[in-house]
Design a protein around this ligand. Structure first.
Ligand SMILES: Cc1cc2nc3c(=O)[nH]c(=O)nc-3n(C[C@H](O)[C@H](O)[C@H](O)COP(=O)(O)OP(=O)(O)OC[C@H]3O[C@@H](n4cnc5c(N)ncnc54)[C@H](O)[C@@H]3O)c2cc1C
Length: 390
């Protein structure tokens, strides 16, 4: 049963969309989540790593969607130096097929209606004001009105552009990725491994994220500014051949990752943007699961409160920006400045950084310390970046 009107329609059923839908429904709003794919959680385009504390903010962790618990991370410099990184919480590798489906179940239990195979292909926006969506499901086109539409349609978001909010990504702000799900990676089950270097992955890195039983996500992100369409695929194959020789591949995925500043203004009257669509990924790591959970939850709660108050104007919905200011907006703006420095590091600088960092006691080898040490060789940049972290 599809109604003609909902309080809130969410476009996209990734973590941002299902979190938004669950939060809105929990707050009492009549909510519909529309997902283009046939099943929530499939296909997976993710290395599936997330810090435990981000999940714990919202739920008790259910082991059924945990592929592996991690003890740490190891950074590999271009000359092969290995730097174990210190942190109190390295987190876990998820099974996103199960995690995303579990999030969808949560939204359903909270009272949201969910529809798969539902491709949103237009907005109802007479006079530029968003009033609902058009979508196509099983060859039939539907028109559904909504007080608030939340765009959670991922990195390739079109919905925001239809609403008149530019989301175009510059080549310096988009990572092109390729990833294999590999069987037979037996070297280390407890740590994620990150391989840096301009030859290995220009403007990005190669990752090996273990999922247990010799299975790992082995992938690469390269900055679009430095490469052509085939670079990520080619470089990943080179890496695997050099490091592992022959491996068995049981899955593969490609996709974009926004490594940009968060959108300045992700709201309009009756309209909000969240998750990758709002450019909420961490600009250095490319991780976006945590921000999708945080931003999606905030968007859903703010939208539901605005509907309940009968004020869905842009200024009422802007509370959303306050809600995500510390965890996403300020944090990712600062991280963006770090990225601007990191992508300028030569292989020689990366090697020297690794050697310097290895002189530090293990507990001081945090990611931020490591990059700040690397950037110390570029005094002008370092001052700018250090200021960003104060
Ligand atoms: C190779 C790769 C590795 C990554 N590894 C990590 C990692 O290890 N850790 C991490 O934190 N992040 C990682 N990320 C990033 C992470 O996957 C995203 O940040 C996260 O999925 C964002 O969630 P989202 O809900 O905003 O978008 P998505 O998960 O992309 O969900 C958007 C959903 O919207 C649907 N949709 C799109 N358009 C429409 C439409 N018109 N109508 C209906 N539905 C629509 C899509 O089908 C999709 O299900 C990785 C990304 C890639 C590509």
């Amino acid at each position: 049963m599809i109604d003609d009107k909902y309080d809130i329609v969410v476009v996209g059923g990734g973590p941002a969309g299902t979190m938004a839908g669950a939060a809105a429904a929990k707050a009492g709003a009549k909510t519909l989540i529309l997902e283009r794919d046939a099943v929530f959680g499939i296909p997976v385009r993710c290395a599936e790593g997330v810090a435990v504390f981000h999940l714990k903010r919202f739920f008790d962790i259910d082991e059924k969607y945990v592929a592996a618990r991690l003890e740490g991370a190891v950074l590999h410099a271009p000359d092969g130096s290995e730097v174990p990184v210190a942190s109190e919480d390295f987190g876990m590798i998820l099974e996103r097929t199960l995690f995303d489906r579990w999030l969808a179940e949560n939204a359903a239990r909270a009272g949201a209606a969910l529809l798969t195979k539902s491709d949103v292909d237009g907005l109802i926006n007479p006079n530029g004001r968003v009033e609902g969506v058009y979508f196509t499901r099983l060859n039939k086109r539907y028109k559904v009105k909504a007080d608030v539409v939340i765009a959670a349609d991922g990195v390739e978001s079109r919905v925001a552009r239809w609403a008149g909010i530019p989301t175009h990504l510059k080549p310096v702000d988009l990572e092109s990725t390729y990833q294999y799900l590999v069987v037979g990676i037996d070297d280390d089950h407890n740590n994620i491994h990150i391989y840096l270097g301009n030859e290995i992955a220009p403007g990005g890195y190669v990752w090996v994220f273990p999922k247990g039983k010799g299975i790992a996500n082995v992938g690469i992100g390269v900055l679009t500014k430095y490469c052509d369409g085939g670079t990520a695929f080619r470089k990943l194959n080179e890496f695997i051949a050099n490091r592992y020789g022959k491996v068995s591949i049981i899955g593969e995925a490609a996709g974009g990752v926004p490594v940009a500043r968060p959108l300045k203004n992700p709201v309009k009257d009756g309209f909000m943007i969240t998750g990758d669509a709002a450019r909420h990924c961490n600009p250095v790591s490319g991780g976006g699961i945590a921000a999708a959970l945080i931003g999606g939850n905030a968007a859903g709660e703010v939208a539901a409160a605005a509907v309940a108050k009968g004020d869905i104007t842009e200024s009422a919905l802007k509370v959303y920006l306050k809600r995500i200011d510390k965890d996403i907006v300020k944090y990712h703006r600062r991280t963006y400045r770090l990225k601007e420095g990191v992508i300028k590091l030569t292989d020689d600088m990366l090697n020297k950084t690794a050697h310097n960092v290895l002189k530090l006691p293990p507990e001081k080898r945090t990611i931020v310390n490591i990059f700040l040490r690397g950037l110390a060789s570029q005094p002008k940049l370092a001052v700018d970046i250090i200021k960003a972290f104060i």
